[in-house]
Design a protein around this ligand. Structure first.
Ligand code: GLU
Length: 457
C-alpha cells in the first residue's frame, strides 16, 4: 500500500469532511474554520472532502451548497475530493484486511425482506484503546463492547468509519479537528488504523455549540440555520467567521473583533475551551455591526444597494450618488443588511428619492393650529436656509442657520414642520441631517411645497 505520509512528512495537513445530506448548517462552519486556520497558520494544507458514500441520503445540490458556503466565507481549500469516486481504493484496503484475516464476510440473517444477507465485519481485537486528545486530554476506552462492527455493507459499499480512516491515511492527515460528537467514533477508527497500518493523527475534538437555552443544537433550534441564510440576511462573512472563532476558542485578551488574517496568526488548539460554547445571537449582531463599521464607504454602499428592494431603486430620484449620501444614516441603524430591506419596505427610505406626499394637518406642531404662523415659520426657515452657500450646505451650517430662530419661536413649532416638509414622516432623522442629504435645491423645494399647501388655506 502506498504511504503518502512519507511524502509530506512534517507538514500540517487538516481536513474538513462534510456529508452532503442536507443544506450545510451554520454550526458546522466552526469545524471547517478551525481546520482552515490551523493549516494556514502552519503553512500546511487544508483538504475539503465530500463524504458522499451514502447513495440514498447524499445529494449533489447539498454538495453545491456547502461549496457555495465556503466560497462565500473565503475558506479556500487546497484539495478537494469526493469519497464516491474513491471506491477502488477502499476496495483494495478491504481486500487486504480480508486476506489478513482482520475482517471477514459475515452471513447475516436478514431482519427484513430484501435486506442483505452478507456484510463485512471488522475483527475486533477487543482491547483498550488509549489516545490523547489535544482538547479533552487522555482518553481510554475498552472496545470489547463494540463487538465485530460492520465496516462495509458489501465490497462496493464501505461505511463511514472505514472510509474516514483510509482517506485520512491516504491524504496524510496530521490533525483531525472535529466536533466532540465524533469522539465516540475515535476508538473504532483507531482500531481500523492499526489494522491497515496507518499512523495515528493528532486528535482535537471541539466542544459542542449549544443554543442559547443551553440545549444541544437540534434541528428545531432557530440557531441551526442553513449557513447561506446568514449571507442572504446580510451578515458579513468576516463577522460570521469571527463569531464562530469565539464560540469555543478564547483569544485570551481584550480584543474581540478579528479579521481572518488575525485569526490565522492567533489561533491555537491550546486555547480551545473544553466547555461547550453557546450560539449567542446578540454577540453575532454586535460583531456584524463592528465589521460593518470597518467596511469602506464603497463596499458599505454596495451591500446596502444589494439589499434594497427594486421598488426603492425604481423611484424617480434614485441614484447611487443619492444612496451614498444616506449610507451613514442607514449604517448607524442596522446590525445586518437584511434590515435595509425591512426599512425600505416600511417606506422609511422613499422620501430620499421622491418628494413626500402627506396630509397638510401633519405640518402643525401638536395643538398649535395657527396656519398664518405656520406659513410664516416655513418661509423664514426657507429664507434662512436659502442664505447658506451651496458649498457650505452641511448639517452643522444648516443647524446654526436655523437654531436661534427655533429657540425663540419654539423648537417644536419650527423644527417639526421643517422635518415633516422634508420627510413626510412622523419619524425620521433630524431636519438638519435630512436637509444636508437632500441638498439645498431639493430642501428649498420641499419647504416651498409645504408653504404652498398651507397657503392654499
Ligand atoms: N462526514 C462526517 C460528518 O459529516 C465527518 C467525519 C469526520 O470529521 O471524521 O459528520
Amino acid at each position: 500500500m502506498p504511504d503518502r505520509r512519507a511524502q509530506t512528512a512534517g507538514a500540517v495537513i487538516t481536513r474538513f469532511a462534510p456529508s452532503p445530506t442536507g443544506p450545510f448548517q451554520v454550526g458546522g462552519v466552526r469545524s471547517a474554520l478551525f481546520n482552515y486556520l490551523y493549516a494556514r497558520q502552519h503553512k500546511g494544507k487544508y483538504i475539503l472532502r465530500c463524504e458522499d458514500t451514502d447513495p440514498v441520503r447524499s445529494k449533489k445540490e447539498y454538495e453545491d451548497y456547502f461549496l457555495e458556503v465556503f466560497a462565500w466565507l473565503g475558506l479556500e481549500h487546497d484539495e478537494y475530493c469526493r469519497q464516491s469516486e474513491r471506491g477502488l481504493l477502499y476496495g483494495t484496503y478491504l481486500n487486504d484486511l480480508l486476506s489478513a484475516g482482520k475482517a471477514y464476510i459475515s452471513k447475516e440473517e436478514p431482519k427484513k425482506e430484501g435486506e442483505r444477507a452478507e456484510v463485512v465485519r471488522f475483527k475486533n481485537p477487543n482491547k483498550v484503546v488509549s489516545f490523547h486528545d489535544e482538547i479533552l486530554g487522555d482518553i481510554s476506552v475498552d472496545t470489547t463492547d463494540l463487538g465485530d462492527f460492520v465496516i462495509a455493507r458489501d465490497m462496493q459499499s464501505p461505511l463511514y468509519h472505514f472510509t474516514v480512516v483510509v482517506d485520512d491515511f491516504e491524504m496524510g492527515i496530521t490533525h483531525v479537528i472535529r466536533g466532540k460528537e465524533h469522539v465516540a467514533n475515535t476508538p473504532r477508527q483507531i482500531l481500523i488504523q492499526e489494522a491497515i497500518g496507518a499512523t495515528r493523527p493528532i486528535y482535537a475534538h471541539l466542544p459542542l455549540i449549544l443554543s442559547q437555552d443551553r440545549k444541544k443544537l437540534s434541528k428545531r433550534d432557530p440557531n441551526v440555520t442553513p449557513a447561506l441564510t446568514y449571507r442572504d440576511n446580510g451578515y458579513l462573512p468576516e463577522a460570521l467567521l469571527n463569531f464562530m472563532a469565539l464560540t469555543g476558542w478564547n483569544p485570551g485578551g481584550e480584543q474581540e473583533v478579528f479579521t481572518k488574517e488575525e485569526l490565522i496568526k492567533l489561533f491555537s488548539l491550546e486555547r480551545v475551551q473544553r466547555s461547550d460554547g453557546i450560539f449567542n445571537s446578540e454577540k453575532l449582531e454586535w460583531l456584524n455591526k463592528e465589521h460593518i463599521r470597518r467596511l469602506s464607504k464603497e463596499k458599505l454602499t454596495a451591500h446596502i444597494e444589494t439589499h434594497l428592494p427594486s421598488g426603492t431603486k425604481d423611484l424617480p430620484g434614485y441614484s447611487r450618488e443619492m444612496l451614498s449620501r444616506i449610507v451613514p444614516v442607514i449604517a448607524e441603524r442596522i446590525t445586518h443588511f437584511g434590515e435595509v430591506t425591512l426599512m425600505a419596505n416600511d417606506g422609511e427610505l422613499d422620501f430620499y428619492f421622491k418628494a413626500p406626499v402627506y396630509p397638510k394637518e401633519k405640518l402643525f406642531w401638536k395643538e398649535d393650529r395657527d396656519a398664518v404662523k405656520l406659513l410664516n415659520r416655513l418661509n423664514v426657515v426657507a429664507d434662512l436656509i436659502g442664505r447658506i452657500h451651496d458649498a457650505e450646505f452641511t448639517q452643522e451650517q444648516i443647524k446654526s442657520a436655523v437654531w436661534d430662530y427655533a429657540e425663540t419661536e419654539g423648537r417644536g413649532q419650527v423644527l417639526w414642520p421643517m422635518r415633516y416638509a422634508l420627510s413626510g414622516k412622523d419619524r425620521s432623522p433630524d431636519p438638519f441631517q435630512l436637509a444636508a442629504i437632500l441638498e439645498k435645491k431639493e430642501t428649498l423645494e420641499r419647504l416651498k411645497n409645504a408653504a404652498a399647501i398651507i397657503g392654499k388655506g
